[in-house]
Design a protein around this ligand. Structure first.
Ligand SMILES: C[S@@+](CC[C@H](N)C(=O)[O-])C[C@H]1O[C@@H](n2cnc3c(N)ncnc32)[C@H](O)[C@@H]1O
Length: 266
């Protein structure tokens, strides 16, 4: 993209609008972004000075959560809101523990799906599908998804840094719709941008960066806990992404915090 075309297709044209996936890629230090995305990311960094560190801490949370899941014997993963390929990817982290792990990557961004499909081409037992995660019945009925995951066995469900693109009023019910279909013993990892008392101008600035494509929604920290309703939270419960079995650095900026938790379906 920005520097190379990993999809093997024709080089893409510079887009007019920033895209949240490529903004995130840039914040993580990736190369799959355009000038318009880098500019948007810099605006975001200006509005929330710690946003780059939060994005990276979020990714490290994802890695630790997948490690925990694989070490707990989870052999299949459903990654909703996958993002662009980022080293290490979910299947790479899990396969360090169990080389037979299967993964279904789901995203509603066409570029993400194309990149993840290209990745899948030479990676057995990894599939990438294009779906809106707000339609759980369609995602779970997709025959390609069902090639990779068996709902009768425990799986690792990942909803990492994606629910802040979903209406906060719908998020808990959405998580429940997936969890209801999972076998006992499944583990669920969730992180999202939360804010209790972010100043209105800061919220407006952040939302303005994203509004060109996807509405950005801050979850209230109290509401975030509701996403784990009926599940058994693993230690240390719901904490900032960096503190979830991590280095414990505080990454709260201007009232915004990335919260995270991992829980078991009993
Ligand atoms: C910030 S990235 C997170 C990537 C990865 N989960 C991580 O934490 O590193 C959010 C991803 O969610 C995807 N996404 C946003 N809304 C979605 C939806 N309704 N259905 C499926 N994917 C969605 C975006 O396209 C993007 O790839």
């Amino acid at each position: 993209m920005g520097h190379e075309d990993r999809s093997g297709g024709a080089a893409e044209q510079e887009p007019l609008l920033p895209n949240p996936v490529r903004i995130y890629d840039y914040l993580l230090g990736g190369k799959d972004n355009f000038a318009v995305d880098r500019q948007a990311a810099e605006h975001l960094q200006h509005a929330i000075p710690g946003v780059r560190e939060s994005a990276r801490a979020n990714r490290r949370f994802l890695v630790r959560a997948v490690q925990l899941m694989a070490e707990s014997g989870i052999g299949q993963f459903l990654d909703l809101g996958t993002g662009l390929p980022t080293s290490p990817n979910v299947h790479e982290v899990a396969r360090d523990v169990d080389p037979e792990v299967t993964v279904a990557y789901v995203d509603n961004d066409p570029t993400v799906t194309a990149f993840n499909r290209a990745l899948r081409a030479d990676t057995p037992r990894v599939v990438a599908v294009h779906h809106d995660l707000r339609h759980p019945a369609e995602v779970l009925a997709d025959p390609v998804v069902r090639q990779a995951i068996d709902l009768n066995a425990p799986l690792g469900l990942l909803l990492v840094a994606v629910l802040h693109f979903v209406d906060r009023r719908d998020a808990a019910a959405l998580v429940t719709s997936y969890v209801d279909q999972l076998a006992p013993g499944s583990l669920v990892a969730i992180s999202a941008a939360c804010a209790a008392d972010l100043a209105a101008p800061d919220v407006a600035r952040i939302q303005a960066v994203y509004s060109a494509t996807t509405p950005f929604v801050f979850h209230h920290p109290d509401e975030f806990a509701l996403l784990f309703d009926g599940l058994e939270l693993a230690e240390p419960g719901i904490v900032e992404v960096s503190k979830w079995r991590g280095d414990g650095l505080s990454l709260s900026y201007a009232g915004m915090t990335f919260l995270a938790g991992v829980a078991r379906k009993t």
